[in-house]
Design a protein around this ligand. Structure first.
Ligand code: DP6
Length: 320
């Protein structure tokens, strides 16, 4: 009883930051993201009644530290009395460094585990299961431009536009590849408890979502750029103002923002966004991609740049 699935990370343009129900991992706000094309996680899940325990191998290395979250997600997908599972994960980009590796990992996991357990579930059900494991993972079930709406009792995820409708490019500048010191879940909780700006963040999110939705519908790049940069800086301001403060940025993060400002002042269609890590993701029009990648690669402190288009949602992979 095994299956393999592939899912891609997504980059939030309007961010999920804060939980309204920590037990069910329900977000406090809606969010809008783009699913990437060229970065991916492939998960193989095999249930085996002869196994005594679950096991996890990530990029050919045993990873017992990550296992509790994986096992909890497998329980949610296949029930508490399920057989134990062998899980193998292959990821073609740095893990836990703010490139949304947990989103692609859990999206791929629920798709593979559901199939391996013989369950026939809708994409909406799979998104809900992925969101239970990691809020942002729910969005990676879908491709293109994706909105996660915060419903009364659950989340609802939908695709707002396909990649082909608006083929933007994303250039990620990696400024540090070590795992982050504070997980996004912990940092959200610090923001909720101890940031004077948290309430305001929640209150303003519907307006930012509406602006982004209409910018995507109209393919209005500068309108999307404006609200996405604002939403990103606002989320980080919530964290910076909390006690203790949470600052994910390093010096190179700020240098990358300067690079993006320089490119914008020379007329290039590009904007930045930053998640729970020091990497800067530059979203740009296709014609600007080569120049943006060059400029970011030459920015002091940038270790590498990864380029991607916008891609498809999570799916099973046929393998012999
Ligand atoms: C900054 O989805 O990693 O990337 O639900 O605790 O697993 P958990 O959080 P996670 O948080 C993502 C936060 C973000 C913004 C976003 O992706 O919307």
């Amino acid at each position: 009883m095994g299956a393999i699935a592939r899912a891609r990370p997504n980059i939030a343009l309007i961010k999920y930051w804060g939980k309204r129900d920590r037990d069910r991992n329900l977000p406090a706000v809606g969010s809008i993201s783009i699913t990437l094309e060229d970065l991916y996680t492939e998960m193989a899940v095999e249930f085996d009644a002869d196994l005594a325990e679950d096991s996890l191998v990530v990029n050919d290395e045993d990873s017992p530290g990550l296992l509790p979250r994986i096992s909890r997600s497998l329980d949610a997908v296949a029930g508490n009395s399920r057989p134990r599972a062998r899980v193998r994960s292959e990821c073609n980009f740095p893990i836990a460094a703010g490139l949304a590796s947990s989103a692609s990992a859990f999206a791929a996991l629920v798709v593979a585990a559901s199939a391996a357990a013989g369950r026939d579930r809708s994409v909406a059900e799979l998104a809900s299961l992925a969101g239970f494991a990691s809020g942002s993972a729910a969005r990676s079930l879908y491709g293109g431009f994706v909105e996660l709406r915060n419903g009364d009792d659950d989340i609802a995820v939908e695709s707002l536009a396909d990649a082909a409708d608006w083929p933007l490019r994303v250039i990620a500048a990696v400024t540090a590849s070590a795992p982050k010191p504070v997980s996004s879940g912990e940092a959200m909780e610090i923001s909720r408890r101890a940031s004077p700006f948290y309430r305001r963040w929640l209150d303003e999110q519907p307006a930012d979502l509406e602006l982004a939705r209409s910018a995507i519908a109209a393919r209005d790049f500068s309108k999307l750029a404006d609200v996405a940069e604002h939403n990103c800086l606002k989320m980080h301001s919530v964290m910076w103002a909390s006690r203790p403060p949470v600052v994910y940025w390093n010096a190179a993060t700020l240098s990358c923002l300067q690079t993006v400002r320089d490119l914008q002042s020379r007329g290039h269609g590009v904007f930045f966004t930053i998640d729970a890590g020091p990497q800067v993701k530059a979203v740009c029009l296709q014609g600007a991609a080569a120049e943006v990648a060059d400029a970011l690669a030459q920015t002091p402190g940038v270790e590498s740049v990864l380029a991607s288009g916008i891609g498809a949602g999570a799916a099973l992979v046929d393998k012999p």
